[in-house]
Write a protein that binds this ligand. Structure first.
Ligand code: SAM
Length: 245
């Protein structure tokens, strides 16, 4: 029996911020050994291309003198390492709440990793050049509070780079995409963990999340102006870079 058997998805995801975070943390601790394979298979390899687009947009727009990057919800660190490869002068810190994910994070000479809560950063106001978040915002208890926290630590002109599933606006497509993700997620979850909802969670969390248009508006409300907006999966995936100030 795994820890997942003690987690009831609806109770936890509809609970308060602490319950939602507890659900998410436990889930990622449990799936950590399979996370990289799952992401590759489940996205049919598209994940790598989306991350390339995100990193390329950051490279084009990074403020002069960029030295530090925080990769929030870094997981096993592939986005953190891509950032370091693309920006040769920078030091990247990857932060993730799940120790099991950090334990599997691949090494890089300019990337350090830390287990911690990315929704409360220890950085001083205006001290960070770039913040990246790959599939993290949707998993945080309150994405708007997290955007405000990122805006606090970014220096004026600093960038936030977001890769995230978003809720498609077109109802028929939304129904189809979420139905597919739910079914495929339940199947993968059962085959790999004997617990379907562990990946069925993806569809559930997208259904609760915002559309791309709303995410751009939420960034704007936090003082982050969108300067690159890419998308895929008919509005189900967004690649967004926004600048502070
Ligand atoms: C879907 S994974 C994304 C991993 C990686 N960024 C990627 O692109 O593949 C989401 C990650 O968010 C992390 N996470 C969830 N809540 C967090 C929090 N409050 N602080 C830091 N990490 C968090 C999870 O532990 C998990 O590793």
């Amino acid at each position: 029996m795994s820890l997942l058997d003690h987690l009831d998805q609806r109770t936890h995801l509809d609970g308060d911020a602490q319950q939602r975070q507890q659900y998410v943390t436990t889930m990622f601790e449990e799936i950590a050994p399979r996370y990289d394979s799952f992401t590759r298979w489940f996205s049919y390899g598209m994940d790598a291309g989306w991350k390339r687009e995100l990193v390329a947009a950051v490279v084009r727009q990074a403020p002069p003198g960029t030295r530090n990057v925080r990769d929030l919800a870094c997981g096993t660190g592939d986005l953190a390492r891509s950032m370091a490869d693309a920006l040769p002068e920078v030091a990247v810190e990857g932060i993730d709440v799940a120790a099991g994910m950090i334990a599997r994070a691949g090494p890089h000479p300019r990337v350090s990793y830390r287990v911690g809560d990315a929704t409360r950063l220890p950085d001083a106001d205006g001290s960070v050049d770039v913040v990246s978040i790959g599939y993290g915002l949707r998993n945080f208890p309150d994405h708007r509070a997290s955007l405000a926290e990122v805006a606090r630590v970014l220096r004026p002109g600093g960038l936030i780079a977001i890769l995230e599933f978003t809720r498609p606006r077109w109802v028929v497509w939304r129904w189809f995409l979420l139905g597919y993700l739910w079914t495929a997620g339940m199947l993968f979850g059962w085959l790999w963990h004997r617990h379907g909802p562990v990946y069925g969670y993806i569809a559930h969390s997208i259904a609760r999340f915002v559309t791309r248009r709303q995410l751009v508006a939420d960034c704007a409300a936090a003082g982050l102006t969108t300067i690159h907006e890419g998308h895929a999966l008919g509005g189900g995936m967004c690649i967004l870079v926004a600048r502070k100030g």
